[in-house]
Write a protein of this length. Structure first.
Lengths: 396, 279
């Protein structure tokens, strides 16, 4: 892989990376036929973001012919390459990204003014494909606005607010901070904002309702959109289905997919300890019975071409399914222990922790793909899982 | 100069008297070398030299020539003492370090000699403060034996270009490697951190490079923790000279302009971490 970004696009690339860092700790890099995809996902898999830069974004763009290459690296290391955004515009003339296959390194070379050359050789790990299932076009509701509108809305919610509820009817959209417990509602500060449909560039509502999602991850997109001035399009359906926020222009497309709270969970009233009944029952150790566990994220997306995504998984079947499985195991154990933790103490001094575990389970439940193409993969992986299962009861 | 009249009678007893209309001309430059609590003061008729050392392998010196002071009287060839630099800086900024133009703290620094405290008279807006700071036996500053005749490579860069590089240095790297060579890459700063390595290359014909005199290719590594404090001096300076000698010892010299446009120098010496001759 060999690509060159020049002029103002270097800053756009840097901003995209910084906004992906608000989602997850790792950056997934995948050069594709249609451009360079940079993706990130959060630890609870309830938020996913992808930026796709078309070949025209670059002044030179060559991908390795034949084999697909994808890798992941600590996003902090890549941020370090583009540390001071303010000076990027003024000093960097071009940025050259090259893959060194022998040394397993991705080299970022910044050619700056006065002849200064900054070279960063970053190590990476091979990774499985990271793509989320979502279909913007099938969503009932679609809104488009200038980034300023959303930025000005979100600014009214203090940083401590984790979740926000968005409600729509034919003419209006409300933003309200989401407070879980009844007890807390009496003490918490409630903020509500109302936006009229004429404040939007496009306002199409087919289904009235409310969705609740995490605000923190949205802020990452807002920073990017505001600096590039691109309008944001928001797509959502019913509660439980993810909300998709997109920014597009002729050479790039960014999608932020955030899980939303499902309806039953939203109606919990007298709920303190142990009131987390809408949670799926603790899953059995036998993975075969758990749909949610049978696919992490590697699924086809309406954006990506079908064949290329299925091939890599099968070629790396042993490694990737094992890693999926262990990730799932960790995910579940953490799932349970976090539940316990949350009951014992006040939550969230650690903002990286998923604000609400309900999101992750529902995200996958809601995106269970109906197509037969998808199910062939889980079946294969389930077979492997059964024999390699770390939590195999017989071993314990 | 309101302070002069107050202590004129005591002048006979002081071996060193140094006065400044603007104490910032001293405090700013001292901030550039404050990474340890204690500093060795050496005053000669040429001026004042303040030395701070770390781990016996790094030394920073600030030079303020006699001409910078409004008054500089010294009765011996060499007057030396050691004081707590942090306390001294706190005293120099006792009036809050206001940056309102036209308002400045005037300073009169007096020392009676061995065993006596360092006395500071500070005045701003008619208010006078007297500070007495205990002094200690001065330690002998290390002589790095860095002489011009032994210098193998030397470059002078405009500080502006180095400032960015130093602020971006990967702090997870334990060392900062400096390569100087008559050939490519000419002048290179390298770090080796957790996520990979990084190189900052300055070509010899860059317009940031004021002087380039490299005779042989040398690569030396220095502990990052020892060099990081030099960033403060870099921030104050407009030019920096980087020199290495045949042993791989590093000398960084910073040209600093004070509030009144006068020139002072700050110098850092550092021993190499390990010697790597050629890559």
């Amino acid at each position: 892989m060999d690509c060159v970004v020049t002029g103002g696009n270097v800053k756009v690339l840097a901003k995209a990376i910084h906004s992906l860092s608000r989602i997850g700790e790792e950056l997934y890099v995948e050069p594709q036929e249609d451009g360079l995809a940079l993706r990130s996902v959060n630890s609870s898999r309830s938020a996913y973001a992808c930026f796709l830069f078309a070949p025209l974004f670059f002044s030179r763009f060559t991908t390795p012919s034949g084999q697909t290459f994808r890798c992941k690296m600590a996003i902090k290391s890549v941020q370090a390459v583009f540390r001071s955004l303010a000076s990027l515009e003024k000093t960097v003339e071009k940025c050259h990204i090259q893959l060194d296959e022998q040394k397993n390194r991705l080299t970022f070379t910044l050619h700056c003014k006065h002849g200064l050359l900054k070279t960063h050789n970053l190590s990476f790990q091979d990774s499985e494909s990271l793509q989320a299932v979502f279909d913007k076009d099938s969503c009932a509701n679609e809104f488009r606005s200038q980034p300023r509108l959303l930025v000005d809305t979100v600014i009214h919610f203090p940083q401590s607010v984790d979740e926000v509820t968005v409600s729509v009817n034919d003419e209006r959209m409300w933003f309200r901070n989401h407070v879980e417990d009844e007890a807390e509602q009496a003490r918490a500060m409630l903020t509500e904002l109302c936006l009229a449909s004429d404040e939007f560039d496009h306002f199409a509502v087919k289904s009235h309702g409310s969705i609740t999602f995490c605000l923190k991850e949205l802020r990452g997109l807002l920073v990017f959109a505001e600096s590039t001035g691109l309008p944001i399009t928001m797509y959502f359906d019913e509660p439980g289905s993810p909300v998709v926020l997109s920014v597009t222009d002729s050479v790039l497309e960014g999608n932020f997919v955030l899980a939303t709270l499902s309806e039953d969970a939203g109606h919990r009233k007298n709920n303190s300890r142990g009131g987390r009944s809408p949670q799926p029952p603790p899953p059995p150790d036998d993975f075969m019975n758990d749909d949610m566990d049978s696919f992490i994220i590697a699924m086809d997306t309406s954006m990506a071409p079908g064949p290329s995504t299925s091939r890599p998984s099968t070629s790396r079947s042993d490694y990737s399914t094992c890693s999926k499985q262990s990730t799932a195991a960790n995910h579940r154990t953490r799932h349970r222990s976090e539940e316990e933790e949350e009951e014992e103490e006040d939550n969230t001094d650690d903002l990286d922790r998923p604000p609400n575990k309900k999101f992750c389970s529902l995200f996958f439940g809601s995106v269970l793909p109906p197509s037969s193409q998808m199910t062939t993969q889980p079946v294969i992986s389930q077979e492997v899982l059964a024999s390699d299962s770390e939590d195999d009861p017989q071993d314990e | 100069m309101p302070l002069l009249t107050q202590s004129q009678a005591d002048d006979e007893e002081y071996v060193l008297v140094a006065s400044l209309d603007n104490a910032r001309n001293l405090s700013n430059i001292l901030k550039a070398i404050t990474f340890k609590d204690h500093a060795i003061f050496s005053a000669t008729p040429n001026g004042l030299k303040v030395t701070v050392e770390d781990s016996k392998c790094m030394q920073a010196n600030a030079f303020i020539q006699a001409e910078i002071f409004q008054e500089f009287t010294i009765k011996e060839d060499l007057v030396g003492f050691q004081v707590n630099l942090t306390v001294l800086l706190d005293c120099l900024n006792i009036f809050g370090g206001s940056t309102v133009p036209g308002v400045s703290t005037a300073l009169r620094m007096c020392y009676k000699g061995y065993g006596y405290p360092l006395t500071l008279f500070l005045e701003e807006g008619g208010v006078v403060t007297v500070c007495k700071i205990n002094t200690q036996e001065p330690e002998e500053p290390i002589d790095f034996e860095f002489c011009s005749s032994n210098v193998t490579n030397k470059v002078i860069l405009l500080s502006e270009s180095l400032k960015e590089a130093f602020s971006e240095l990967d702090m997870t790297s334990e060392v900062l490697q400096i390569t100087m060579s008559p050939n490519q890459p000419y002048f290179r700063l390298s770090t080796f951190g957790n996520s990979g390595n990084a190189h900052y290359d300055y070509p010899k014909d860059s317009d940031m490079m004021e002087l380039f005199k490299c005779t042989k290719t040398q690569t030396n590594r220095y502990k990052m923790s020892l060099l990081k404090p030099s960033t403060k001096a870099l921030a104050l300076s407009c030019k920096v000279s980087v020199r290495t000698d045949s042993r791989g010892f590093l000398s960084l010299q910073y040209l600093v302009r004070n509030d009144d446009g006068q020139i002072c120098f700050v110098e850092y010496y550092c021993c190499p971490d390990e010697e790597v001759e050629e890559e």
